[in-house]
Design a protein around this ligand. Structure first.
Ligand SMILES: C[S@@+](CC[C@H](N)C(=O)[O-])C[C@H]1O[C@@H](n2cnc3c(N)ncnc32)[C@H](O)[C@@H]1O
Length: 352
C-alpha cells in the first residue's frame, strides 16, 4: 500500500476528513480540516480512496486529547480529538452544504447550532453487547467486540449500571442500560438537548393552529408538552408499546394511533376540519417515503416542523416539499457530541 502526503480540506458526513490525491477524494478518519499529514492508502476504489493517518505534519489548533481510552478503536465516537466549538462548526457546515447541494436551497436559512450543555456524560442510555464474557461495543473497523469498562459520553447512572452488569457472569446478548426507567421504546438520548429542541419547536407555531399531528410520535414526547396549546393533538407511531405508553395519562384532547404513517397521515390531513393544522415529523434516518411526501404535498399543513437525525435525507425531502412550503429556518442541535451524528430541525410554512 502506498503512503501519501495530504491536506485535509473538509470533514464528510460520518466524520472522516476529506483530502484530494491527484483529483481523487481520500477519506481519512480522526483528522481535522486544515491538517497536513501523511497517510497510508488502505483501500483504493475508482471514485475515491480510504486512508489511515500515519503522522501529523501540521496539526490543527483544534486538536485536543480524547477523554476515552477506547477512542479510535471503538465504533461509537469520531470527534473526541476535536475541540467542542470546532465540532459544532463542522456539523453546522455539513448541514448547510447538504441544504445547498441536495436541498436546492440557494441561501439556507441557518440558525446558530444549539450545543449540548454536557459535551461528555450526556447519553441517558447505551446498548452493550456480551459475547464469551466480553462486555462492550464493536470495534470501528472489524466486527469484533471490545471489552468496555466505562463510556465517557454516557451519564454516570448509565456507567453505574454498566459496572453492575459487569460484576456478575453476563449471558451472551444485548443489554440496554438506561439512566431513567421506562418502556423499552424509542426515547430522546440527550435530555438537555431534547429539552432545548422542544422549547424551540414551541416558538415555531403561529398560535392559530387548532390541530397538531405528530407523525412518528413515539411515547408522545412532543405532544404531551404541546397539547394544552391546541384544540386537538393526534400522534401516530407503529410501535404499539410506544403508543400504549403514550395513551397513559392522556388529556381529553390527546389521541394516539398505532399504525403506519404512510397510510394514516394522508387520511388525517385530508379528513381534517380543524384548520389551520400543524404537523411534526420526526422520522427514522431514512426520512419520509415518497408516499408520505405526496400525502403532505396534497394537503399541506399551515406549519410543519421536521426533526431529522440524518441531514441528507432531510435535504432530499425539503427539495420536494418546497413546492408547497417555504423553509423558514434550519437549526442543528448537537444531541450527540463527540460523535458524527447530527440532529436538525427544519421549520416550514405551508403558505404556497
Ligand atoms: C426518531 S423516533 C421519534 C420519536 C419521538 N418523536 C420521540 O421524541 O420520542 C422515530 C419513531 O418512528 C416510528 N416509526 C418509524 N417508521 C414508522 C412508520 N412508517 N410509521 C409509523 N411509525 C414509524 C418508530 O417506532 C419510532 O418511535
Amino acid at each position: 500500500m502506498r503512503t501519501v502526503e495530504l491536506q485535509i480540506q473538509d470533514i464528510a458526513f460520518g466524520g472522516k476528513g476529506v483530502a484530494r490525491d491527484e483529483g481523487k477524494a481520500v477519506f481519512i478518519p480522526f483528522t481535522i480540516d486544515g491538517e497536513r499529514l501523511s497517510a497510508e492508502i488502505v483501500r483504493e476504489k475508482k471514485q475515491f480512496a480510504e486512508g489511515e493517518l500515519l503522522a501529523l505534519l501540521e496539526p490543527s489548533p483544534h486538536r485536543v486529547a480524547p477523554e476515552c481510552p477506547y477512542f479510535g478503536r471503538c465504533g461509537g465516537c469520531s470527534y473526541q480529538h476535536i475541540d467542542y466549538a470546532h465540532q459544532l462548526e463542522i456539523k453546522t457546515r455539513q448541514v448547510e452544504q447538504a441544504m445547498r447541494r441536495i436541498g436546492k436551497l440557494a441561501d439556507p436559512p441557518m440558525r446558530p447550532s444549539v450545543p449540548s450543555p454536557l459535551p461528555y456524560g450526556y447519553r441517558n442510555r447505551i446498548t452493550v453487547h456480551a459475547e464469551d464474557s466480553v462486555v462492550g461495543f464493536y470495534r470501528r473497523d472489524v466486527h469484533e467486540l471490545m471489552d468496555i469498562a466505562r463510556c465517557p459520553i454516557a451519564m454516570p447512572e448509565v456507567n453505574e449500571a454498566l459496572a453492575q452488569l459487569r460484576k456478575g457472569r453476563v449471558r451472551d446478548g444485548h443489554y440496554t442500560l438506561r439512566a431513567h426507567s421506562g418502556p423499552r421504546v424509542f426515547a430522546q438520548t440527550n435530555d438537555a438537548v431534547a429539552e432545548a429542541l422542544a422549547e424551540q419547536i414551541a416558538q415555531m407555531f403561529i398560535g392559530e393552529e387548532k390541530l397538531l399531528i405528530d407523525a412518528f410520535c413515539g411515547t408522545g414526547f412532543f405532544l404531551k408538552r404541546f397539547a394544552p396549546a391546541f384544540e386537538r393533538v393526534v400522534g401516530i407511531d407503529w410501535d404499539r408499546f410506544a403508543i400504549e405508553a403514550a395513551q397513559k395519562d392522556t388529556g381529553a384532547n390527546e389521541a394516539y394511533v398505532a399504525g403506519d404513517v404512510a397510510t394514516k397521515l394522508r387520511w388525517l390531513l385530508e379528513k381534517n376540519e380543524l384548520t389551520p393544522t400543524a404537523l411534526i415529523v420526526d422520522p427514522p434516518a431514512t426520512g419520509l417515503s415518497a408516499e408520505m411526501r405526496r400525502a403532505i404535498l396534497d394537503a399541506p399543513p399551515r406549519t410543519m416542523i421536521y426533526v431529522s437525525c440524518n441531514p441528507p435525507t432531510l435535504a432530499r425531502d425539503l427539495a420536494e416539499l418546497q413546492q408547497r412550503f417555504e423553509v423558514i429556518s434550519i437549526t442543528p442541535f448537537d444531541m450527540f457530541p463527540q460523535t458524527a451524528e447530527i440532529e436538525v430541525v427544519a421549520h416550514l410554512s405551508g403558505h404556497k
